[in-house]
Design a protein around this ligand. Structure first.
Ligand SMILES: NC(=O)C1=CN([C@@H]2O[C@H](COP(=O)(O)OP(=O)(O)OC[C@H]3O[C@@H](n4cnc5c(N)ncnc54)[C@H](O)[C@@H]3O)[C@@H](O)[C@H]2O)C=CC1
Ligand SMILES: O=C([O-])CC(=O)C(=O)O
Length: 337
């Protein structure tokens, strides 16, 4: 007997990330190639016709795993019985805007969609917030959906994690699949801290640390790892907006699949990934905000990797991005009042 289909909600499904994401889900990239899915797609009434067009294309693509499509502008219908919710709906940042600029527009959406998910989603629904400001939207969703277990609400920093892997791969001229254990600490914003101190590369002569490889002069000098590398990853979203005049879409969609896949199916032994999760104050970062940590996943649960040594530069950067999240939380509440 085949598996029962899982229901996957994508909000903002008529937008550019949605358009890249729904075919990936329907092909099994997110939940596995043996897992049938029913897609629930939500957008706002002005986008209803475009949303219906996406539904028509999903039918036309004849995906074997796709067992049904709900395309709606009704949030309650969209959330009904969903096992996974990928919250992409919102207003994207345009050239020259900081994430704070999109705060007021987006947090009120997340407050109202929190109640719909709480009332209509399946009991153990896993939620991934992609729309910016991703950490703070996820926090608002958590606060206004108190019956959803807090560990089920996360935000996307896997794109930043993957960007860091990609930069190391390009600069050390190694396969990206041989690089692992970078960390994105904190906010999905330009204050994030991409940390390579524990990252390794699988080489012919065994596993080597990225710092050690950089020390032997392979393209990235050690100083650049503390400066240029960090700012390239922090600013990558802005660089894509400058180049495309639109924000990242295919890489965001692919990273959203990576996030949910690893959460549901588990991380490989010895590998961690970055996820924005509700902070318990681990590593002395602020508690009560959604902060990106290194996590391992097993049996559908994530766990923060504990006990990593933190040097002075890392401490400063982890504190700075934590302080920004505390400020964003206050700003979000002021937007809602
Ligand atoms: N966390 C991350 O790594 C990344 C986050 N983003 C964020 O993802 C979000 C979506 O980006 P794009 O797809 O490029 O934007 P887009 O503008 O192409 O699509 C957004 C869609 O959301 C819809 N929408 C607006 N309000 C809604 C509501 N209340 N309910 C349901 N749908 C609603 C819009 O009609 C639109 O179809 C933006 O906030 C963007 O900043 C983008 C890239 C990476
Ligand atoms: O920068 C933006 O507004 C879009 C985004 O979150 C990213 O590409 O990381």
């Amino acid at each position: 007997m085949g598996k029962e289909p899982l229901r996957v909600l994508v909000t903002g499904a008529a937008g550019q990330i949605g358009y890249a994401l729904v075919p990936m889900i329907a092909r099994g990239v997110m939940l596995g190639t043996d897992q049938p899915v029913i897609l629930h797609m939500l957008d706002i009434p002005p986008a209803a016709e475009a949303l219906n067009g996406v539904k028509m294309e999903l039918v036309d693509a004849a995906f074997p795993l796709l067992k049904g499509v709900v395309a709606t502008t009704d949030v309650a219908e969209a959330c009904k019985g969903v096992n996974v919710a990928v919250m992409v709906g919102g207003f994207p940042r345009k050239e020259g805007m900081e994430r704070k600029d999109v705060m007021a527009k987006n947090v009120s959406i997340y407050k109202s969609q929190a109640s719909a998910l709480e009332q209509h989603a399946a009991p153990n629904c896993k939620v991934l917030v992609v729309a910016n400001p991703a950490n703070t939207n996820a926090l608002i969703l958590k606060e206004f959906a108190p019956s959803i277990p807090q560990q089920n609400i996360t935000c996307l920093t896997r794109l930043d994690h993957n960007r860091a892997l990609g930069q190391i791969s390009e600069r050390l001229n190694v396969q990206v699949s041989d690089v692992k254990n970078v960390i994105i600490w904190g906010n999905h914003s330009s204050s994030q801290y991409p940390d390579v101190n524990h990252a390794t590369v699988n080489t012919e002569s065994g596993e080597k640390s990225v710092r050690e490889l950089a020390l032997f002069g392979l393209c990235i000098m050690p100083g650049r790892l503390n400066g240029e590398f960090i700012s390239i990853v922090q600013q990558r979203g802005a660089a894509i907006i400058k180049a495309r005049k639109l924000s990242s879409a295919l890489s965001a969609a692919s990273s959203a699949c990576d996030h949910i896949r690893d959460w549901v199916l588990g991380t490989p032994e010895g590998t961690w990934v970055s996820m924005g999760v509700y902070s318990d104050g681990s590593y002395n970062v602020p508690a009560g905000v959604i902060y990106s940590f290194p996590v391992t996943c097993k049996d559908g649960e994530w766990k923060i990797v504990q006990g990593l040594p933190i040097d002075e530069l890392s401490r400063q950067k982890m504190d700075a991005t934590g302080a920004e999240l505390v400020d964003e939380k206050a700003l979000a509440y002021s937007c809602l009042s």
